[in-house]
Design a protein around this ligand. Structure first.
Ligand code: ATP
Length: 375
């Protein structure tokens, strides 16, 4: 799929900006804090209803304004889509798809497919399990509406159950209320565990294959799902943990405590290491890159079309062999890259289809490169 255009008004540091894009590689370059990431954020927001940075709607509205408007035109499998978004300071945003307002924002999710890659994603292996769960959730929600449904209900239920645990005594009435929440937690939690298990099972061999070629066959990566509790034993373990949860006033059992394990085997020595805690920075970065590239592959398989790729300042964080690997892998995908300068692109002869210069919330198309633009 491709994003054809984006129009922003009063979004972040943009007053009015209209942009059309190339179906290949689009580069946004400029100094720090000029508005490059804001463009990617606008694209991502229109495609997923969420800010990749986790910002609230009101934070994305231009300082001093009450509303922001975004319009994105895309094409998926030859079918055109238009997303209009109206962000409001103190009300929920309005969204229309092809001119028709939607009642629930979940209707937008999964319609268009995007993969975002930022320097923070390179930390996903070494950071805490919350980041790895976030990866699972973001992927699964885009690919599976059923997952989104279970996750939303599970999270609501978890919040209610934790609120009850904060107040609960051991009286019969309170325990009966807990039983009600437990039944729902189990019902939705089991589905989440099963869907995560299937997803990791599918993505693991793809990650392994990419990692293998990234390391020139020297290392093998095994990725596995590490559920806090298996779907079969959820009821039993939740019941066993009840007293402890009442004492600690929080839910200790369930997929909100899951993780993904990354183990690397050195082919020469046979030694296996859990790279979440013992990996070198290089191993953790290669695994994170493999994870992102596998994400693209899985979207391609499931949707039968390529996702759009957003690379936010990520190339400068990779060494040249990983840069080359990444850029070689994405030749058939519409890509948006932000960077502070073009020097590296020119030096390594990386392919660029359209270049934009970003300065103080104004984007201009660069039609020819000269030494002034590059250095
Ligand atoms: N709601 C807002 N209203 C107006 N300006 C904003 C708003 N939110 C952020 N900004 C401005 O946007 C700019 C940051 O933009 P952005 O994050 O896109 O930078 P960037 O060009 O990607 O920089 P870097 O290379 O440092 O990542 C800052 O100048 C910031 O003050």
């Amino acid at each position: 799929m491709i994003v054809k255009s984006l129009a922003l008004s009063d979004f972040r540091n943009y007053d009015l900006q209209e942009l059309s894009f190339h179906h290949g590689i689009n580069i946004f370059y400029g100094d720090n804090a000029q508005g490059k990431t804001n463009i990617l954020e606008g694209i991502y927001l229109c495609m997923t209803n969420k800010s990749y940075r986790g910002s609230h709607d009101r934070e994305m509205i231009r300082f001093g304004k009450e509303d922001a408007h975004l319009r994105l035109e895309a094409e998926k499998k030859g079918i055109p889509y238009r997303v209009d978004m109206h962000l409001k300071k103190s009300k929920t945003k309005g969204i229309a798809i092809n001119g028709v307002p939607i009642r629930r924002s979940s209707e937008l999710i999964g319609l268009l497919n995007v993969v975002f890659f930022s320097p923070e994603d390179l930390q996903v292996i070494k950071n805490g399990p919350g980041e790895r769960r976030r990866f699972l959730d973001m992927e699964l929600c885009q690919l599976d509406k059923v997952y989104l449904h279970f996750l939303t209900h599970y999270n609501k239920c978890l919040t209610q159950r934790n609120a009850l645990l904060k107040e609960i005594d051991l009286s019969k009435d309170a325990q009966a209320m807990l039983d009600v929440w437990d039944a729902q937690l189990i019902q939705h939690g089991k589905k989440i565990v099963q869907l995560r298990e299937a997803f990791v099972g599918e993505i693991a061999p793809v990650i392994a294959q990419i990692y293998h070629s990234l390391t020139g066959g020297r290392e093998q990566l095994a990725v596995s799902y590490e559920p806090n509790v298996s779907a079969d034993r959820f009821d039993e373990i939740l019941f066993l943990n009840r007293e402890r949860e009442i004492r600690q006033k929080t839910t200790l059992t369930g997929p909100h405590r899951d993780d993904i394990r990354f183990r690397v085997q050195n082919m020469a020595t046979g030694q296996t290491t859990d790279i979440r805690t013992f990996g070198s920075q290089g191993q953790q970065r290669s695994a994170a890159l493999a994870l992102k590239l596998a994400e693209i592959e899985i979207v391609k398989r499931k949707v039968n079309d390529t996702p759009v790729l957003l690379l936010d300042d990520v190339l400068s964080e990779l060494d040249s062999s990983r840069q080359n690997y990444l850029l070689d892998s994405i030749h058939d995908i519409q890509t948006f890259i932000t960077c502070t300068g073009l020097e590296e692109f020119v030096r390594h002869r990386f392919h660029m289809d359209q270049i934009y210069h970003v300065e103080r919330g104004v984007v201009t198309r660069v039609n020819s490169l000269n030494s002034e633009t590059i250095f």
